[in-house]
Ligand binder design. Structure first.
Ligand SMILES: Nc1ncnc2c1ncn2[C@@H]1O[C@H](COP(=O)(O)OP(=O)(O)OP(=O)(O)O)[C@@H](O)[C@H]1O
Length: 742
């Protein structure tokens, strides 16, 4: 439980620009209190003027003084309050800003332990709690302390014997406040935590509302909210009731004190030690003294209640960012985009299994690397490390030969454009969403980016074109349209490195197709790392890196990896819909004859012969490849790897003076390096990212695409694929567990 002193110590820095105003406010309020105290001295003069001197001569000047002092005191009080409230509200505004800004610096570990709804509650309800303390609480304290001190001093001067009676009762009020505060503290903590849970329950339910509605689990979600809501309202009611109890108890104490003063005062008047005016004056002091004392008591409750909020805010402010700039970090921009990963190792805090373990890789500027692997292999961890969301515990990431930890975070993130898997759009207009990458972009640049991303046509169809609001996360757009806006946004950035996170995974074939060309434009000339389950871009990659359990288990060109058994071949087969992607390859025995499509005989690598299922997958893959080549008709500009580089894992640029070996265009696939493979059945180099075309299924006749037009008709009904036949979906990773088999 934080004390007022600790709260002031921790939060005082946030008042930095308003301290002059605070001082002015204190002075104004102190002067106002002095005026009010002086007014009370008029009580005795007016009453005694009439009752003792029996003359109005003393009454009128006192009455005039009374009015003047009251008016001046009132004005000073308004000025002081005005300044104080402005400073207090600005403090709350700044506090929210600081908490939010700090939150944005925190890393994945913090967010995995703090649900979004709870964090929203901290930034709203808990900030409101601090606001109650800062605005009314601090103003009340200042006025109350000043007023109570002034009236207490005046009361002692006027009648110290009566003042003693009052002082003797003051500890009772303090005790009441302490006892009530103790119970309030527990209730306030419970209430704030429950408010966080309520926020979280609402956020989760609304976020997943389509699922909730589709599964008819509205009652379950309501019950979840009610569960936390009930804890909240009970705690809230307890807190309010305790504060309510405090008021009548203090009234009884005050009333008792007044009675004691009257009785003692009557005795003093009877003995001639006190005039009636003196007793009136003292009673007036009491009337002014008790409200601020009472406010100080309830302030204790406000502090108790607000300290629960302060604790929750300090928990955020005290959380250490996982990545910070070194004191001498280099802010200069990264120009070439040469990327080197040196023996990276990362273990998530609180776990003992490595997310990455000894990962080394070099990518020369302008090269394209596909990083793939099964679920949990470490792909996302690698993406986080490239963008410095986390730093490795061992090893280093180097950009243009400099450890990213020696560069500023801003310089590293300026150098890398992330295209996240989820488009992540804001509830803004189309133009504002695109310009998010570069707020100073002109409308012409925004429109050019939209055109290059293939978004111009649909944006023009929107009711207000580029000025159409797209709703939360682009709710009014289709998945493909959202993705194209995200690509347009990325196109506005000119960074030398591009990280594409699952650019086509989860999109259906026509949608994926619609985003392929813009993706190629996006990657042109930049160092491109595609992190994906989807192996569609594999043929265009200068290097395919296969991660498994945090380690690189294979690397090479697509056809090289496909030629040898292992994780990659299994992934590829799984993607064709014939094998599960996350388990051992079942080897049925004895081998059964494999139906080979009659029009497209497939030559297989030796290991596939022993495994009919793999053979089946390869057959499907081959047909798909041929279909892709016919459909797309585009050749990639990616260069072939130098053998030495392939072995070392380095994607090397072509030697100077040598023309970059270009991939043959459509219709002229290169000879397959695998022995015994004809160019016809070899894995060809298609575009950077190419949708899988129709493939001949093993359970039906071969039905290769008709290359007559050279373009796929997106509007034509999609033919059944192997994936369809086995219930999978092309482009989407299979997460089915392997069939245990007979
Ligand atoms: N925030 C986290 N806290 C603890 N462990 C984590 C966290 N994120 C990932 N991991 C663990 O690190 C390992 C690698 O996870 P990562 O998300 O990088 O895999 P991935 O290849 O991206 O998987 P997927 O393809 O399913 O997204 C996994 O064992 C995972 O359980």
């Amino acid at each position: 439980m934080l004390t007022l002193r600790e709260i002031l110590r921790r939060f005082w820095p946030y008042t930095r620009t308003d301290r002059a105003k605070l001082v002015a406010a204190f002075v104004a309020m102190a002067a106002s209190t002095a005026c009010d105290t002086a007014v009370v001295t008029m009580f005795a003069r007016i009453v005694d003027g009439a009752t003792v001197a029996r003359s109005m001569d003393a009454v009128w000047p006192s009455a005039v003084d009374w009015m003047v002092l009251t008016a001046v005191g009132g004005v000073l009080s308004v000025v002081g309050g005005w300044l104080m409230v402005g400073a207090a509200e600005r403090f709350v505004f700044r506090l929210r800003h600081e908490v939010f800004a700090h939150l944005q610096r925190l890393g994945p570990s913090f967010f995995s332990g703090h649900p979004t709804g709870d964090l929203i509650s901290r930034l709203s309800t808990d900030i409101d709690g601090v606001e109650a303390l800062a605005s009314s609480g601090i103003v009340t304290t200042v006025i109350a302390v000043g007023t109570a001190a002034a009236y207490a001093a005046a009361a002692v001067i006027v009648q110290w014997q009566l003042a003693l009676i009052v002082v003797a009762l003051a500890p009772l009020m303090w005790l009441t406040s302490r006892i009530t505060g103790r119970f309030t503290r527990t209730a306030a903590r419970t209430e704030r935590a429950a408010a966080g849970e309520v926020g979280n329950a609402i956020q989760q339910s609304l976020q997943n509302l389509p699922l909730v509605q589709a599964y008819g689990t509205e009652a379950v979600e309501s019950a979840r909210l009610d569960h936390h809501g009930e804890v909240w309202w009970r705690a809230r009611a307890r807190e309010s009731r305790l504060q309510m109890v405090y008021a009548p108890i203090t009234t009884i104490i005050q009333s008792g004190a007044l009675l004691a003063v009257l009785v003692a005062g009557a005795a003093f008047i009877a003995s001639g030690e006190l005039t009636v005016g003196g007793l009136f004056g003292f009673a007036a002091y009491l009337g002014y003294l008790y409200p601020p004392l009472s406010q100080l008591g309830s302030l204790h409750l406000t502090i108790t209640s607000a300290s629960a909020s302060c604790e929750r805010l300090l928990e955020v402010l005290d959380a250490e960012p996982e990545v910070v700039d070194a004191a001498d970090a280099d802010p200069s921009p990264v120009r070439r985009g040469r990327l080197e990963l040196r023996d990276l190792r990362y273990v998530y805090p609180g776990t003992d299994s490595a997310g990455l373990d000894g990962v080394s890789l070099t990518v020369e500027p302008g090269r394209f690397v596909l990083v793939t692997g099964p679920s949990g292999a470490g792909k996302s961890t690698l993406t986080r490390m490239l963008l410095r969301f986390v730093d490795p515990q061992d090893g280093a990431v180097l950009l243009d030969g400099v450890d990213v930890r020696d560069r500023t975070i801003a310089a590293v993130r300026d150098a890398i454009t992330l295209l996240p898997q989820k488009p992540m759009l804001f509830d803004l207009t189309v133009a504002e969403n695109i310009a998010y990458a570069r707020p100073d972009a002109t409308r012409a640049e925004v429109e050019a980016a939209a055109r290059d991303a293939g978004a111009l046509a649909f944006v023009r169809e929107l009711p207000q074109g580029f000025d159409t609001p797209i709703g939360e996360d682009g709710a009014t757009l289709s998945g493909g349209q959202r993705q194209r806006l995200a690509i347009a946004r990325a196109l506005l950035r000119t960074s030398p490195v591009l990280v594409l996170d699952e650019p086509t995974t989860g999109l259906d074939a026509p949608t994926a197709r619609a985003v392929l060309d813009p993706l190629k434009r996006l990657s042109g000339g930049r160092t491109t790392i595609v992190v994906s389950h989807d192996l569609t871009p594999a043929r265009d990659a200068d290097l395919v890196v296969v991660l498994d359990a945090g380690r690189i288990v294979a690397r090479g060109r697509h056809h090289e990896l496909l030629a040898r058994p292992g994780v990659y071949a299994d992934l590829w087969a799984a993607q064709q819909g014939a094998l599960p992607d996350d388990g051992p390859v079942p080897v049925p025995a004895p081998p059964r004859p494999v139906p080979v499509p009659p029009r497209r005989p497939v030559e297989v690598v030796p290991d596939a012969v022993t495994n009919p299922l793999r053979l089946l997958a390869l057959a499907a893959a081959e047909a798909a490849v041929t279909a892709r080549t016919a459909v797309s008709g585009r050749a990639s500009n990616a260069a072939l790897l130098a053998p030495s580089a392939r072995e070392s894992g380095t994607v090397a640029p072509p030697p100077p003076g040598h023309p970059t070996p270009r991939r043959p265009r459509h219709g002229a696939p290169p000879p397959d390096p695998r022995p015994g493979r004809s160019s016809r059945s070899s894995v060809t180099n298609g575009p950077l990212v190419t949708p899988r075309g129709p493939v001949p299924g093993p359970r039906g006749p071969a039905s290769g695409p008709q290359p007559s037009s050279g373009r796929h008709d997106a509007g034509a009904p999609r033919r059944r694929t192997v994936a369809d036949l086995v219930g999978g979906r092309p482009g989407a990773p299979s997460h089915r567990r392997p069939d245990p088999g007979p």
